[in-house]
Design a protein around this ligand. Sequence first.
Ligand code: F6R
Length: 261
Amino acid sequence: MEVVIAADSTSGGSLAGQAISDLLQARPDAVLGLATGSSPAPVYDDLVTRFHAGTLSMARARAFLLDEYVGLAPDHPQSYRSVIERAVVSRLDFRPGSVSGPDGRAGDLLAACARYDASIAAAGGIDLQLLGIGSDGHIGFNEPVSSLGSRTRLKTLTNRTRRDNARFFDGDIDAVPVHVITQGVGTIGEARHLVLVAWGAEKAAAVAACVEGPVTAMFPASALQLHPHATVVIDEGAASGLRLADYFRETWAAKPKWQGL
Ligand code: F6R
């Protein structure tokens, strides 16, 4: 696992954006995994800047969402389909139909989960998966004790996650759906490159447990330690709980820049 401590979320977002840009240079038809929530925003802003500068295009790329609330209409402003449409799709040049998400309104939700994993596999798998981290250690919506081998499936959110996400629903926890569809920890682990981003001291404890804690289903983000190419990009606040922060700064400073993330 590589840990990169950026000066702030803007420069961290730009590092992750550079990794996506490098991937698209090498493979214009790359398959991206998109996360929602507030953490990826600086990455998406960076991609938009590169697109306007003419150095990045999503015209041949495809993308898959990590997760979706169950029961929200696709055009509900907080459905992850809508959030990604506003934050990413409408600001870049994705082809219509090239961005897919789990169907949280399917009549048969279990079949929709299986179909989703099959569609990721049919696309050749995800080249680069962007991730945020929940305060309880979730990635996607894999809450504590999610199997580290889990596939895309139906999950129940913890009250803590619903409280954390109430800020997107005018502070009303009761408006936050209880159920979600999420890519499993095992599904996420099949992506060829995982890039987890986190900003601010409120993420420090979660980042420390993810990077330096034991690998445990109690903290699903710790599964990144098992991945052959996992990168954690954080700012100084999110790095403030790391015992090896100085080592991570030294290794990044010494890394040849041509290597990228
Ligand atoms: C979102 C997702 C979640 C978030 C996590 C952090 O698609 O899968 O795991 O990444 O809840 O959310 P923020 O970034 O809002 O702190």
